[in-house]
Design a protein around this ligand. Structure first.
Ligand code: NDP
Ligand SMILES: O=C(O)C1=N[C@H](C(=O)O)C[C@H](O)C1
Length: 250
């Protein structure tokens, strides 16, 4: 059986360098290109890449994906910074390239995906919900893509269930003290040397709280999700947001 021809964009970065090793070690894949800043995207077509794993930054990702989609190269995207406008732009590009698939995964680790799933399930049962994400201090964006997605899922589940707005009697606060509001859910970002990627989702009801916590302790936690994404995206045209769509969550 022929091997899946995979490229990594952002190959020298923290997660990109780990992805290079993971693709090289996968028996059903061949690493055909490893691109860093300044490298020509044409290297992808020259190398016959079928899938590009995009792990750069929010400034670069749209241009890289535009090139990939126009050339029928499937995308597995971990880069954060997605907005509704960006997603709409990508959907338009994909509509002009039928058969091409892009997976955007706010988080590739199975524990983080389960955290989001459990948080969505819990959301309607509690009056209060807040998200705390904790990352290494070299992270460029805040809040994290995972925290943003988690808060959006929690807010959507609460809206669907007809939950009342969260109780919060704060009338004066120092700017930022209540975090950032993502669809009404407060999200707090910690940047601390020694950490990698961690998240707590806190729920509160009368006389009880529920905390769902996930910790990525090493970038290896993201690799099975990246490899799964590469295997599945080639037969999943269009845009898929969230690795949960490629996992059997029962
Ligand atoms: N979805 C998930 O599970 C995960 C997502 N991430 C996300 O992945 C992204 C990268 O994170 P991280 O590895 O920590 O960041 P890094 O800054 O360590 O890595 C990004 C790499 O991309 C390079 N780069 C920048 N622009 C381009 C370009 N146009 N073409 C090719 N390479 C480019 C950078 O080069 P230079 O250093 O010269 O700028 C750098 O080597 C972030 O958005 C992060 O949030 C991270 C971990 C898990
Ligand atoms: O930058 C990181 O490190 C991570 N970024 C992703 C995010 O923003 O959610 C995923 C994970 O948290 C690690």
């Amino acid at each position: 059986m022929s091997k899946l021809r995979v490229a990594v964009i952002g190959a020298k970065g923290r997660i990109g360098s780990e992805a290079v090793k993971a693709v090289e070690a996968a028996e059903d894949m061949e690493l055909v290109a490893a691109l860093g800043r300044g490298d020509r995207l044409e290297a992808l077509t020259d190398a016959g890449a079928q899938v590009a794993v995009e792990l750069t930054n929010p400034d670069a990702v749209m241009g890289n994906l535009d090139f990939c989609v126009r050339h029928g190269i499937h995308g597995v995207v971990g880069t954060t910074g997605w907005t509704d406008e960006r997603l709409a732009q990508l959907r338009t590009a994909l509509a002009a390239s039928p058969g091409t698939g892009v997976l955007i995964a706010p988080n590739f680790s199975v524990g983080a995906v389960l955290t989001m799933t459990f948080a969505r399930q819990a959301a309607k049962f509690f009056e209060s919900a807040e998200v705390i994400e904790l990352h290494h201090p070299n992270k460029a964006d805040a809040p994290s893509g995972t925290a943003t997605r988690t808060a959006q899922l929690v807010a959507a589940a609460r809206a669907e269930a007809g939950c009342a707005p969260q109780p919060d009697a704060t009338s004066t606060a120092l700017d930022g003290a209540r975090g950032a509001s993502v669809d009404g859910v407060p999200v707090h970002s910690v940047r601390l040397r020694g950490l990698l990627a961690h998240q707590e989702v806190l729920f509160g009801g009368v006389g009880e709280t529920l905390t769902i916590r996930h910790d990525s302790l090493h970038h290896s936690s993201f690799m099975p999700g990246i490899l799964l994404g590469a295997r599945r995206v080639v037969s999943t045209p269009g845009l898929t947001v969230g690795l949960e769509h490629f996992l059997d969550l029962g």
